[in-house]
Design a protein around this ligand. Structure first.
Ligand code: CAA
Length: 260
């Protein structure tokens, strides 16, 4: 796989693992991380051999937010470029054809929570800590948290998080609907890999279509979204994966999907 300065990208069978790798600064997101992260995610998106992407962090953080030392001297114009770069990175992650799992291993703050929220599924270690502490720096979240948090946890919880900046536990994040699951610290990567393995067994085209319908449907009226489901259900019927999946069931064997 490609090599980067601020992250590592590895393959484990049909799964790719992208690790934010600036542990000395708790994987703070500077321009280089965002640029490399965007490139890595685009690379995965163009690689049909990768069925699932896992994101995690090296050391004691998933990501502790945007790099404050780098941001300190930015002009408003530079801040716009930085925010737009972050949004491009998050939108590419959200729209990736493959499922993306965030394995949240430690501090998941500010831009770190924004990365996790752009993933499809979030599984967190019991000791992970979450928060949107931007307002103590005199700014608001700039990589999507005002909107993606509100869509998962509602506007009132999002306002409380942003207005107070307080850190909260995995248990509380689970309770708010921000994450899917909490596991004991030592079991995080095994649980995430096992979840990825379950996804790898399914029809790839079906997962791709399901992700698209769920994501796009959130921006539509219910009637439009249900129409999109019908159209996409029909599209699935013209795929090799659908033919193989149903044939394998009838023949009482495991399906071998081609991703077409
Ligand atoms: N940016 C730059 N450096 C950071 C960083 C960040 N977001 N978070 C941590 N670091 C650095 C620290 O400066 C420190 O470096 P030195 O060893 O050179 O002093 C190193 O990482 C270790 O951090 P601490 O010594 O502070 O570790 P701790 O265990 O005492 O505290 C922490 C951990 C609570 C996460 C604390 O580091 C912290 O509050 N970090 C900032 C979190 C934050 O405010 N994030 C939001 C950023 S703004 C944002 O993300 C905007 C956006 O939406 C895009």
């Amino acid at each position: 796989m490609k090599t980067y300065t601020t992250l590592t990208l590895e393959r484990d069978g049909q799964t790719a693992i992208l690790t934010f790798n600036r542990p000395k600064v708790l994987n703070a997101l500077n321009t280089m991380v965002a640029t490399e992260g965007l490139d890595a995610v685009q690379t995965i998106g163009n690689d049909p051999a990768v069925r699932v992407l896992i994101l995690t962090g090296a050391g004691r953080a998933f990501v502790a937010g945007a790099d404050i030392a780098e941001m300190e001297n930015k002009t408003p114009e530079e801040a716009r470029i930085y925010s737009e770069l972050g949004h491009r990175f998050m939108n590419t992650l959200q729209d990736l054809p493959q499922p993306v799992i965030a394995a949240v291993n430690g501090f998941c703050l500010g831009g770190g929570l924004e990365v996790a929220l752009a993933c499809d599924i979030r599984i967190a270690a019991a000791s992970a800590q979450f928060g949107l502490p931007e307002t103590i720096l005199g700014i608001i979240p700039g990589w999507g948290a005002t909107q993606r948090t509100a869509r998962l946890a509602g506007a009132a919880k999002t306002k409380e998080m942003i207005f107070t900046g307080r850190r909260f536990s995995s248990a509380e994040a689970l309770d708010m609907g921000l994450i899917n699951r909490v596991v004991p610290d030592g079991e995080l990567m095994d649980t995430v890999r096992a979840t990825a393995a379950l996804m790898c067994r399914q029809g790839q085209t079906a997962l791709r279509h399901a992700k698209k319908v769920i994501n796009q449907g959130l921006d539509l009226s219910l009637a439009e979204a249900l129409r999109l489901e019908i159209d996409t259900f029909v599209t699935c019927f013209d795929t090799d994966d659908r033919r193989e999946g149903m044939r394998a069931f009838v023949e009482k064997r495991k399906p071998k999907f081609s991703g077409r």
